[in-house]
Design a protein around this ligand. Structure first.
Ligand code: DAH
Length: 356
């Protein structure tokens, strides 16, 4: 065959040979115009058809179009194969070969997890109180202002509110809602339930998480845990309270730890006290953890204020009682001689595995 398309087959073969030599998608993309696009010899041949008579031009145009389609399909096929190979190489390069990781960086045995120190301490404290005849109860962490403050004899704007730096969830009407700043509101829930079911007396402990807008330091966390204690019965005296505190501290910390009660103030108890134990970090000598006093405050306690009993409909002439509340994290800190309480929340495996 003569004419402009005389060498068409050879041109196509030549283009396909060039195509096969490209080894990356990037290289292929850069050369595509030369193979199948504007700068391809096929585009030049197209122009040369202009001098043919109409019938010959139609035949030649159809042949040229078929050749183009063939080259374009070959380019597409080659691009797909190159892209697949590149993806394969990338995956291979990214594969993490654990055999190559420095010896020791990968554990050779899998170990089961275990409850954290705070959960374990809470369970141990519950055991001590259950052995003393208390029941265990729980209350909500999100409380209305009434439960967290007002029912505990802390009306709005009472200066004692400053004792609890509070996270407010909702300042709205009709109720202000807070993250409970202590476990004391659970006392109110328990007394209300006992009045409802006619199930007084109450001898209960109530562990749980509390929140305060505090800057964490060696002895404080913003989210921490307390155990509340509540006894409502007939003829309860301060001696019962002191006896319970003494018995519990000896059972949990051991008989060589001293306890002391110091006069204090809480709006929901009268009289009120703080109870402290010998600092276990320095054994009473004085250190950074106890601010060089030799004592660590565990919590507060006191005889139930009649106003608290009245707020839930319990007759203070018939019933009396005491309450206490202290830090679980603080107990864990003292029992295990942890100088800085923030270690409890840092999740450092070297710290955690000491308590498995
Ligand atoms: N709720 C108090 C606090 O978190 C501690 C406390 C003091 C609890 C006296 C009591 C109590 O039950 O009677 O600071």
């Amino acid at each position: 065959m003569t004419g402009p398309l005389e060498n068409l087959d050879a041109v196509v073969e030549e283009l396909l040979d060039q195509l096969a030599a490209f080894t990356s998608v990037e290289e292929l993309d850069a050369h595509e115009p030369v193979l199948a696009g504007r700068r391809s010899p096929l585009a030049a041949l197209q122009k040369s058809l202009g001098g043919l008579d109409p019938e010959a031009r139609r035949d030649a145009g159809a042949r040229l179009q078929a050749a183009r389609t063939r080259v374009e399909a070959a380019v597409e096929g080659h691009r797909r194969r190159l892209a697949a190979a590149e993806r394969e190489r990338r995956l291979e390069a990214d594969r993490l070969d654990l055999g190559d990781v420095v010896a020791g960086a990968v554990p050779d045995t899998l170990r089961a997890g275990h409850p954290g120190l705070v959960a374990r301490t809470q369970a141990e404290l519950e055991d001590v109180f259950v052995a003393m005849g208390f029941r265990v109860a729980e209350g909500p962490e999100v409380e209305s202002d009434w439960y967290n403050f007002e029912a505990l004899n802390i009306p709005p704007a009472h200066p004692a509110r400053g004792m609890w730096d509070t996270f407010y969830v909702d300042l709205g009407e009709p109720e202000t809602v807070v993250l409970r700043t202590h476990t004391s509101p659970t006392q109110v829930h328990l007394m209300e339930a006992a009045v409802r079911d006619g199930s007084l007396p109450i001898h209960s402990v109530m562990p749980g998480r509390c929140y305060r807008r505090d800057t964490p330091d060696a002895r404080h966390l913003a989210a921490f845990h307390q155990v509340e204690g509540l006894v409502v019965d007939r003829g309860i005296t301060f001696a019962d309270l002191a006896g319970v505190i003494e018995t519990f501290t000896r059972a949990y910390f051991g008989t060589d730890v001293d306890t002391r009660l110091r006069p204090s103030y809480f709006p929901f108890t009268e009289p009120s006290a703080e109870f402290e134990i010998t600092c276990q970090i320095c054994r009473g000598a004085g250190c950074r953890t106890c601010s060089h006093t030799g004592w660590i405050e565990l919590g507060g306690c006191g005889m139930l204020d009649p106003a608290v009993l009245e707020a839930v409909g319990i007759d203070p002439d018939e019933w009396s009682g005491f309450a206490f509340g202290f830090g679980i994290d603080r107990c864990a800190q003292m029992r295990h001689e942890i100088a800085d309480m923030r270690a409890l929340t840092e999740n450092d495996a070297r710290f955690l595995e000491q308590f498995s």
